[in-house]
Design a protein around this ligand. Structure first.
Ligand code: SF4
Length: 844
């Protein structure tokens, strides 16, 4: 089976309330047969936030393939194209970094670890002496393991004492975390993937699930293609596969103008009030703020909503009716909301819909505020972003004291006098030089951050010493002062937690190449070089191995909402990943949160005292306590305000960016998978038919897209975006181009985007920018965009996207095997159905 052409694989439809059948997907390197595999090593896929349980095939000390784990609750054996073709292929690429590099006379030259680390430590010590800890900034990722994040968090917060630490999860998932905190008191995903098995309707808000989480979409299709399908409602300016499924299931496709999500959400919320679809008794018992919310949304009649958003008023009524009349709604949210105007307010508005209907914490009635990056959840939990570990509140002295006692340091060392610095501000400080050492691990801001030209200037400037640890010489690493070769997935051990709180252990399968070291070892090496000590003079970092780091983290999480105290490496070697909280009381974890209607809003428990969603102004501890939340969730609203940059005479179109199916992030891994790269080898720009006609642009023509900040050139796909919008994938940088990139344009979508961010989550906007499009030259063929996805062309003569000879995979549906796990709500009450006793396919 060619899983480039058939992205989601064969259907296994099943009725509501029954278990999603197992199907084991497998792909091995061309020329390797199953009997050639020497070992299968347990892991989970780290190419998107779905976190599918898998096993790595090893032969002759190399990774040669992958297969799904039938017993795993996340995927029941399935893998998508990125997991099958891209999770391991990059490891054998000849351009891996194998030795440290240091900049000498403007050029990066190879060196040894001692020299590289000595250079970092020397700069670090000098800056600490001269300027103190605020001279240090760390920009990490959504790709490392929990143990590595936690170690980095302790180094930064207790060793150095800098508040300047964030992840590139700020670009992908910060709004998810912020929205949870504003509504429920702390971060933590309330819903579960198993809600798909039980819901009557699925609302996808700015979430192109068929391309961003292909296995989850297969799970949805297996419900929508059965006899009693849930209705699908799609909110997206493009006609995605979700939109097609919405039409097929009797749902709705709402395509709001770019930057108007908040008006649409207010319109939907008003309809619940106007039609008496509010569970008033539940709202009274379990929430605060309903009257303010009702007043805020009152002006957004369906007609007013339609006027602002450019949608049909009747479609607004229909979507609200589906939400209001269904017993069990599952909502999912992603970048269409998070990276857009009024991000946190719009994401919180999804919570409001569920709270007003009392639809949270029971099977089928859930919210999944998705993560963009696979291990983003761990960055948030462990405090390697702008949070304190264990969802602790930086402005609650008792929480800071707990950490100081745990780490045996003075509590004044732990930065808590102001909010932690978010990524956009860290780069501003690096631009000004107040941050003199910026350490970037496993991410590529030269391509992924907005306003690329500015980011290149910051990274390449003399004002800041830049350290990069990564697998390859990325666009960012090329600008660094020191480059450290890191081990990747399958080359090191550690845990990670997917979007619905399921923790997996990923075991080391092979040795990393050359002198590459695990990220944990690199951080430990720095801690040794800097000789960080606790209050008693003992080494601050008391662990040496991933398992010891995990055990230290367990203690840090104990008693907090993300409690890992019942987990261990041994337990995670079982048949499935386990969702936190996992404790003595819940030894098999918890499938969904807030089933009792009690939220984490108690002032001594909550992670934040909250914000005004419109301005970002903070609620003081006193104001918060005066509300007396007592475990009730907050209903919070905000009026719609227009986006910062709207279409104008000079820039008449709206530019929006996004992720597409065959690539992940900036292609550091997926661009090195032949199968994935051949399917989408170069950037493209999508235009609607009317806009293309007006501009005289045909499929494949070369176009230049310009915003007030920069320009990109690409071939045009005349496709499915709404009129007035221009879409480009953000994956493409320059590492795989032979020619020198011109100064005044490139193929990066982020040349055009803005240095501007949401006032609450501080997530930058990638979805709203004004632009103009100019035709540059005739095309020599169709755009290099897939035909299998939302990027499909209107021109039917464009050849379909297919995999090559090496794209063959196996998808095995095994009769008679029904996956289950202890928390499976489809099991009859009282049946623990422990799957450890089940002999399952796809397990060694
Ligand atoms: S859905 Fe995500 S986690 Fe699962 S195989 Fe695909 S890329 Fe990997």
């Amino acid at each position: 089976m060619d899983r480039i052409a058939d992205i989601w694989g064969p259907r296994t439809p099943h009725a509501r309330g029954t278990v999603w059948p197992a199907r084991v997907d497998r792909h091995l390197q061309e020329g390797v047969a199953e009997e050639d595999v020497e070992r299968w090593v347990r892991s989970a896929c780290v190419l998107c936030s779905n976190g599918c349980g898998c096993e790595i095939a090893v032969r002759d000390g190399r990774m040669v393939g992958v297969r799904g784990v039938a017993t795993d609750v996340v995927n029941h054996g399935r893998l998508g194209p990125k997991g099958l073709y891209g999770s391991w292929d990059w490891a054998n690429s000849p351009d891996r970094l194998t030795r440290p590099l240091v900049r000498e006379n403007g050029r990066l030259v190879e060196t040894d670890w001692d020299t590289a680390m000595a250079r970092i430590a020397e700069v670090s010590r000098r800056l600490l002496d001269e300027k103190g800890p605020l001279s240090h900034g760390f920009y990490t990722t959504g790709q490392l393991f929990l143990e590595e994040y936690y170690t980095l968090a302790v180094i930064g917060k207790a060793g150095l004492g800098t508040p300047h630490m964030d992840g590139n999860t700020r670009l992908c998932t910060a709004t998810s975390a912020a929205a949870f905190k504003e509504s429920f008191g702390t971060d933590g995903q309330p819903g579960s993937y198993t809600d798909i098995e039980h819901c009557d309707a699925i609302f996808l808000f700015g979430h192109n699930m068929p391309e961003t989480q292909t296995v989850l979409w297969a799970r949805v299709l297996d419900r929508t293609r059965a006899d009693d399908p849930p209705k699908v409602v799609c909110v997206d300016p493009r006609r995605t596969k979700v939109a097609e499924e919405a039409e097929r299931t009797g749902g709705v496709h709402l395509a709001p103008r770019v930057g108007t999500n908040m008006a649409l959400m207010n319109g939907l919320t008003r309809e619940l009030f106007a039609n008496g679809r509010v569970d008033t008794a539940w709202v009274e018992r379990h929430t605060l703020g309903v009257d303010d919310l009702r007043a805020t949304v009152e002006p957004y009649t369906p007609e007013e909503t339609a006027r602002i958003c450019g949608v049909d008023a009747e479609d607004v009524r229909r979507a609200a009716r589906i939400f209001g009349e269904s017993e069990r709604v599952l909502s999912t949210v992603l970048q269409g909301f998070y990276q857009s105007h009024q991000a946190t307010a719009a994401a919180v508005a999804v919570h409001n819909l569920h709270l007003l209907r009392g639809m949270i914490g029971r099977p089928g009635a859930g919210v999944l505020q998705m993560n963009g990056q696979p291990t983003a959840q761990n960055t948030r939990e462990c405090g390697a972003d702008g949070d304190l570990p264990g969802f602790r509140n930086w402005s609650n002295p008792a929480h800071v004291r707990e950490l100081a006692e745990l780490w045996n340091v003075d509590e004044m060392t732990i930065p808590h006098w102001a909010p932690p610095t978010h990524a956009m501000q860290i780069f501003r400080y690096a631009e000004q030089g107040s941050i003199g050492l910026l350490w970037i691990s496993a991410t590529n801001p030269a391509v992924s951050m907005p306003e690329s030209a500015r980011v290149r200037r910051i990274l390449g400037g003399e004002q800041c010493f830049v350290v990069v640890q990564d697998l390859f010489l990325t666009e960012t690493a090329r600008l660094a002062d020191v480059v450290l070769p890191a081990a990747g997935w399958g080359e090191k051990s550690g845990c990670f937690t997917n979007v619905n709180r399921t923790v997996h252990l990923s075991e080391k399968a092979v040795e990393p190449p050359g002198e590459a070291r695990s990220d944990l070892d690199i951080f430990l090496m720095y801690a040794d070089a800097m000789d960080f000590r606790d209050r008693d003079g003992a080494p601050l970092i008391k662990w040496r191995t991933p398992e010891e780091a995990f055990d230290a983290w367990r203690e840090c999480s104990r008693g907090r909402p993300c409690d890992y105290s019942g987990l261990s490496y041994d337990k995670l070697r079982g048949p499935t990943g386990i969702p936190w909280p996992c404790t003595d009381e819940h030894p098999e974890g918890v499938d969904r949160l807030y089933g009792d209607g009690v939220f984490n809003t108690d002032p001594e428990l909550c992670e934040t005292y909250g914000h005004d969603l419109l301005t970002g102004g903070t609620v003081t501890p006193t104001e918060y306590r005066a509300k007396g939340p007592a475990g009730r969730a907050f209903l919070k609203g905000a009026p719609y305000v227009p986006p910062h940059e709207e279409a104008s005479e000079e820039y008449p179109l709206l530019f929006t960016t996004g992720r597409t199916v065959y690539h992940f992030h900036t292609r550091t891994k997926t661009g090195r998978s032949r199968n994935l790269n051949d399917a989408a080898p170069d950037v493209w720009v999508e235009l609607s038919v009317p806009d293309a006609r007006r501009l005289g642009i045909a499929e494949g023509d070369r176009v230049r897209v310009e915003s007030p900040r920069g320009a990109m050139e690409a071939r045009a796909r005349v496709g499915q975006v709404m009129e007035g919008a221009v879409f480009a994938p953000f994956h493409y940088g320059h590492w795989d181009l032979d020619e020198v990139v011109p100064e005044d344009f490139s193929r990066q979508a982020n040349e055009l985007t803005m240095t501007i961010w949401d006032p609450v989550s501080k997530q930058p906007y990638f979805k709203t920018a004004a632009c103009r499009v100019v035709r540059v030259a005739d095309g020599d063929g169709p755009a290099p965009a897939p035909t299998t996805t939302a990027s499909r062309p209107v021109d039917p003569s464009v050849p379909p996207t297919r995999g090559g000879p090496g794209a063959s995979t196996v998808a095995e549906v095994v009769d008679g095997f029904v996956p289950s796990y202890p928390n499976d709500p489809a099991l009859p009450s009282g049946d623990t159905g422990h799957i450890a006793e089940v002999s399952a396919p796809g397990r060694s």
